[in-house]
Each structure stands twice: as C-alpha cells, then as structure tokens.
Design a protein around this ligand. Sequence first.
Ligand code: FSO
Ligand code: SF4
Length: 546
Amino acid sequence: MFCYQCQETAHGTGCTKIGVCGKKEDVANLQDLLVYISKGISLLAEEGKKLNIHDERNDKFVFEAMFVTITNANFDRQAIVRKIREGVELRDAFAASLITKGVHLPDSLHDAATWYGETEAEMESKAVTVGILAIENEDIRSLKELLTYGIKGMAAYAEHAFNLGHTNKEIYAFMQKGLAATLNPDLGVEELVGMVMECGKFGVDVMALLDKANTESYGNPEVTKVNIGVRNNPAILISGHDLKDLEELLKQTEGTGVDVYTHSEMLPAHYYPAFKKYSHFVGNYGNAWWKQKEEFETFNGPILFTTNCIVPPRGSYKERVYTTGSSGFDGCTHIPDRQNGQPKDFSVIIEHAKRCAPPTEIETGEIVGGFAHNQVLQLADKVVDAVKSGAIRKFFVMAGCDGRMKDRDYYTEFAEALPKDTVILTAGCAKYRYNKLPLGDIGGIPRVLDAGQCNDSYSLAVIALKLKEVFELNDINELPIAYNIAWYEQKAVIVLLALLYLGVKNIHLGPTLPGFLSPNVANVLIENFGITGITTVDEDMKIFLS
Ligand code: FSO
Ligand code: SF4
C-alpha cells in the first residue's frame, strides 16, 4: 500500500504497511482500485458528453465512491469490494449504451475504463498496480493527487446536499472531468495547475450548494448555547456530518425515552432552528473525533457514524458502533440506505440504546456557536463598529480539522496567546482546540465565532466578502483577517482550494504541509499564494500581528 492523502501520513511521507488511521493494507489497495474504476467511469462520461449523453447513475456512483475512500470513513473491506463490483457493472453497461447510441469509443480506451475482474483475488492483484506510485513523475503525481483529493472533498459535500434533494450537474461534470484528467498521460504541470484552480471554483460551488441544502431544509443557523453535560436517560450519540440522518434519527427517537447527543462535527446541528423542537436532543458529548476511544467508552450507549472520522473501535464498545451512508467498519452494523424515498430505519439502534445505561458525565456547562453567514450579517453593524472603533483589531480564521498529534497543541496555545482585541472565526472540528477556553468577548461579540462544520467555511468566505464590500476594499486580502488553518483530510483540501480560488493569500497551513505536495508543487503554492507552514506560537504571532 501507499497512501499519503492525510496530514497524519506516516513520517509525513506515506503510509506503507498500515495506515496511521488504522486502514489495513488490503483495504487501502482496494480503495485505490475503487478510485481507478471511478476514473474509468468518468472517462466514459466524458466520451458521452461529446454526444450529449448523460447518465445520472454515473454522477451518484462517482461521488459516493470517492467519499467512501476519504480518510477515516470506510474501513470495511466487503463494502469496498461491493462498490468496485457495482462500479464495474455500471461502467460496462454505460459503455455498451454509448456504443448503441453511436458513440465511437477510442480503440485504445484507457485500462481504467475496460479492466474487468470479478473475484476478490483478481481485484487484489489489479489494485497493487493502480496506486498512487503508478505515476512516476513526482510533480505530475503530486498535482493529480491534489486534484483527486479536492474531488474527494467535493464528493463528500455533494453527497450531503444530494441527500437533501439538492443536486448540481455542473459540479458532477467537473468531478468527472477532473478524474478523467488524472488518467491523461499528456497533461503537463501547467494544465494540471489550471485544473486544480478550477477545482477550487467548484469547491466554492459545492459548499454553496450544501449551505443552500442545509439552510432551506433546516433554517439559518442562529446563535445557540449547546449543553455539554448529560441527562439521566439512555441515549444515542450521532457523529459525522449528515443532517438528513440526524433528522430521521430525531424523528424516530421522539417519545421513545431515548435521548440524542451530537459528537464532533455533528455539534453545529444544534444551531439549526428545525432541530430545536426536539426536547430529547440534549446536547453535545465529547470533543473532536480523535478522542473517541475514551469518550465512546463513557457514553455507554450506541454511536451512529454518518460519515468520517472513525477511529478503529475498541472491543469494549465496538458492538455499540453503527455506521451508515459512506462510512463503514467491518464487524459494526451498517444501517442501509434509503429505498424508494423511505427514511432509513434506525430502530435497531434505538432498541439497543434502551438496553444501555445513560451516558456518564465528562463535562458540564455550555458552548456557544451558530455564527454562520446569515447570523453574522445580522450582527454586521455591531461587528463593523467594533472594527472601526478599534475594539476588534483583527480576525483570525482558524478553521479546518483537529487531529491526534501532539503538535496540534500549537492551536490551543495560539488561541490563548492571541491579544484580547482579536476574534477567532472557526468552522470544522479544529474548533475543539479552543472552543472551551475562557476567551471572553468584545462588547458582547464572543472571541470564538463558530460558523459550523468544515463545509461552513463557506460562511466564513461569505462574511469576508461582505466585509470587503462594507469597507469598500478592492481586495479580500486588505481586510484585517489572517488565516491560520489546520488541515487533516480531503475535505480540508477542497476548503483550501476554494479559498485560493476566492483569492485569499498568505494562508498559514499546519500543523505540517501536505506530504503529497512535491517540492516543486509546494513552491507553486508558496510563490503564487503565499502559503506557508506554521512555526512557533511566538514567531507566528509576530508575523500575524506585524
Ligand atoms: Fe473533522 Fe473528520 Fe469535518 Fe473532516 S471530523 S476531520 S475535514 O472529517 O470533515 O472537520
Ligand atoms: Fe495514512 Fe492518512 Fe492514508 Fe490513513 S488516510 S493510510 S493515515 S495517509
């Protein structure tokens, strides 16, 4: 195996025996094959486009398959094998339909569009030949992987929007164009850099689509205090990002005596008006994803993963872990997808919860969030006055992800060291590094403004663009906003590409720069966008405040 798609990749260069995330070699290789088949389907979809032939099943398959291969989402070998079979079948049926409709497929069609294998042994032997290292030139490989990871992040957001009935053909078409491009041996550095930038544009679009899906379904997030203590009822913990899953779980648990708590990236669900009517939607339990081994132990009840980030569960609580959607873990019960417009059936989890003890309290109190674009823009006058009067000197966008490595203590220390006239704008699980610190407020504006999930970084961009307008600036970079972003997995990659597309410069990216950036590709980002890593809190603070 060789995988370097996330920030925690072994030695900063690549996992080669087992993933630091716990992904085993066979699953890693099969995921490579699944990506390869998705690229083959994308290539055929590109051929179809020439004659205006389009099949929506390709769109859905590609975003589902790419999401499945994101870090910490799906560790279930059989789920990957099934998805490969589904892809091969879909691809070959689509190729046949293209021929029937008169499309002349090239004689030398890429192997990704023609390879056929049925048995797991055939898949395994193919998988080892189609991994990342199959591309020899390290710059081309770096750019093609950067593009692929951006598309993986895009796929995740596209799937959540799709689940809420919001689709966008242009986004799907770009995903396929981008994936097909990674199969093209003739593309050079310049063309691939162009595709990576285009990926950023569709990153903005997909986050806007998901924002629309979430807010039209559940209302605009509003300032909310979220309880972090517990009650004395049996309960279900829901993790991941999918709000449709949460909605159906809340409906099905109503009146059963079972409470529901959010975990990690599901916390921002509390900010949506539509979920406030559920009196059994009690609060948020625990912290960022990587602390789940301890926190799931004390939660006592079943846990439902709607997406990543899963840490391979301990035997002591594994039978309480359920997955659904793109997530999966062998040995854990998977709740099947919706069929014919019917909701998912969570009854097995609810019955399981009834047999469990209530959660053990690990924290008490409240945290505040809900500062997405609509809410912040309602407070715009107050914010603008605070900037004009000098009460707020600078905003720090500290969005992105958290992770388990010790060097991420930097972000807590950085937040603590920030001068009292600065405000942190956050989104994603990165917030857990500072959202429980007593950082106070500035004239009633909290010093940590949480917009929501990682995709709600879109909100931060909308806010920045609005401030640019209010202050009548020509360039987003003239705003008193600094970017100190933490990344972990591929959703953070699409957020980063989206920010670059919007023209944001001088982003500090940590705790380490991606291992998949070759020195030359890293230089392109440094020279064109001023991207830089992090150093020490003291040094960085000097740079940021100079
Ligand atoms: Fe975090 Fe995991 Fe939301 Fe990611 S829980 S790390 S970037 O899945 O998607 O922020
Ligand atoms: Fe390693 Fe990250 Fe890949 Fe897991 S996702 S195998 S930790 S690089």
